[in-house]
Design a binder for this molecule. Structure first.
Ligand code: BGC
Length: 539
């Protein structure tokens, strides 16, 4: 059967995709920042883990004001990460390991250090160089007020005034001016950037802020700030999820279709009923489904979100995607340790927090792995999730790097706590991440959670992920059936072919369902399935 995104055998439909935040993955040259050399040295680890693909956060030349989502040159690798030639070698090596590579592309904005923006600043109002961005006269007789009340995601106004009095739009940091997607030169440039990386063997693209490219150029004021990182209802908003983005999606899809077996996945924080629009046959192959990430640890809520997501994807012939953590959100091992209903995006500003039950969070994160790795579709794993890493919520303020911290006037800490470098070894200056101090410090307890320690331990989170990914490939990856089973309000249960998945999300043990246990997230008492634990059973 041919579906929206090609045949059912296509790798992205059932793949396990591992997200590499390259800056924090492995530091090959000892400068404290992760790099391509470090990443290449860990391909064996990733291959053993059993992942099908890697999504690499932006590696382009950048001032790193927003961790690389501020791109100065889309065709060059930042020198702190390596070189374009090294990336080409890395892609080949990954392919040799049977691993695909998905690059992160940032089309909504560039860095203010991008040549185009520098040209725009040097040009006079009305010059074509300004039209690649969104420059406007301000409001008021002297134009001294911003053109609209639009708010930047990282805080403050979305408008910044330049020396000659005009304002430019930046939905994120002022160092990230928004491109004008009504401008044909901008569109053509991105066609060319896609081809540049496709010609170098890239297998796919994760498209940043896919729902933000098109703006209402009459700039009406908005009633309230619509946060990007929450799946809010965004239709009719002047800069999120406007219908015009679909034409751009189709243009990119046509470029990708010139090549074989390539894909693109959208980062689109849009309402559930608008998401399928991005997955029409001539648009994206996939879009991240963030609804599960936003769901409390509660069986009926999980069941509802999962069932809805599976059906919505089926309706448009696409495969679901499952995400619990990424570089923008609190790590789920910590999230699941917070009481349901906690506004975790705003938490924790200061510590310590008595409400956090770390052990419950850790147990639930293990069970959650057996959920996302057993659902139909593809599963995204954020680096360190396989180690059960928690959010580092007590980073000292003077090391915070996320622009949110400054832009919110030190009221919102931002996302650094999920970006702390990976511990590879039990000891050493940066637990094997590199040879010197890492760009942001790791907590002492990371050593005991390191890859080296967990590799030795068959009951570790890492061992659980390795086994689960291998069993998934054998028993689940190619099965499309999904059926929820009612086992009571504390239990999430579903059948996937001949595998029954049961997750006890209540607070008491329950009888272990019958059948051969393929894998359990915990060591259970005889005949029982412990609270906060999951099991895969062969029926
Ligand atoms: C990325 C963020 C980034 C923002 C601006 C996103 O949604 O995932 O990390 O800060 O886009 O590019």
């Amino acid at each position: 059967m041919t579906t929206t995104d090609g045949g059912p055998e296509n790798w992205w439909r059932h793949g396990v995709v591992y997200q590499v935040y390259v800056r924090s993955f492995a530091d090959g040259n000892g400068d404290g920042t992760g790099d391509i050399a470090g990443l290449r040295s860990k391909l064996g680890y990733l291959s053993e883990l059993g992942v099908d693909a890697l999504w690499i956060n932006p590696w382009y030349s950048s001032p790193l004001k927003d961790g690389g989502y501020d791109v100065a040159d889309y065709r060059a690798i930042d020198e702190r990460f390596g070189t374009t030639e090294e990336v080409e070698i890395f892609i080949e090596e990954a392919h040799t390991h049977g691993i695909k590579v998905i690059a992160d592309l940032v089309p909504n904005h560039t860095s203010d250090q991008h040549r185009w923006f520098q040209e725009a600043l040097d040009a006079a109002p009305g010059d074509p160089a300004r039209d690649r961005y969104i420059f406007q006269r301000g409001k008021g007789a002297d134009g001294s007020e911003p053109p609209s009340n639009w708010a930047a995601v990282f805080g403050g106004s979305a408008w910044e005034q330049v020396a000659d009095g005009e304002w430019y739009l930046h939905l994120f940091d002022p160092s990230q001016p928004d491109l004008n997607w009504e401008n044909e030169e901008v569109r053509a440039e991105f066609d060319s950037i896609f081809r540049f990386w496709l010609d170098r063997g890239i297998d796919g693209f994760r498209i940043d802020v896919a729902h933000g490219l098109v703006k209402d150029l009459t700039f009406p004021d908005v009633a309230q700030k619509a946060a990007i990182l929450e799946s809010e209802r965004t239709a009719d908003h002047p800069h999120w999820d406007r219908d015009g983005v679909h034409e751009i999606n189709r243009r990119w899809r046509a470029v990708l279709d010139e090549y074989e077996d390539r894909m693109m996945v959208a980062e689109a924080w849009v309402a559930a009923d608008r998401l399928p629009l991005y997955l029409r046959p001539d648009e994206y192959h996939q879009s991240f489904n963030f609804d599960l990430l936003d769901t409390d640890w509660d069986a009926p809520s999980f069941a509802e979100v999962i069932d809805k997501s599976v059906r919505a994807a089926e309706d448009v012939g696409a495969a679901s995607t499952w995400v619990l953590s990424n570089h923008d959100v609190m790590r789920h091992a910590t999230r699941y340790g917070l009481p349901n209903g906690t506004k975790w995006r705003r938490w924790p500003m200061t510590g310590p927090h008595e409400v956090l039950d770390e052990s419950a969070g850790f147990q639930r994160a293990r069970a959650a792995a057996l959920i996302t790795l057993s659902l139909p579709g593809s599963t995204y794993i954020y680096q360190g999730e396989e180690l059960g890493l928690p959010e580092v919520w007590d980073l000292p303020q003077d090391v915070l790097d996320d622009p949110t911290w400054e832009r919110s006037g030190h009221t919102e800490k931002g996302r650094d706590g999920c970006r702390v470098p990976i511990p590879w070894e039990k000891d050493g200056p940066s637990f094997g991440f590199g040879t010197g101090d890492p760009w942001i410090p790791q907590p002492a307890r990371f050593g005991s959670m390191s890859v080296a320690v967990q590799t030795q331990d068959t009951s570790s989170s890492l061992s659980l992920y390795r086994t689960a990914i291998a069993l998934r490939r054998q028993h689940l990856a190619m099965v499309s059936d999904f059926q929820l089973i009612d086992m009571g309000s504390d239990v999430l249960a579903y059948e996937r072919g001949d595998v029954l998945v049961v997750v006890n999300m209540g607070s008491d043990s329950m009888p272990m369902p019958e059948g051969d246990i393929l894998l359990a997230s915990h060591v259970n008492p005889p005949g029982l399935l412990a609270a906060d634990s999951a099991v895969w059973i062969r029926q």
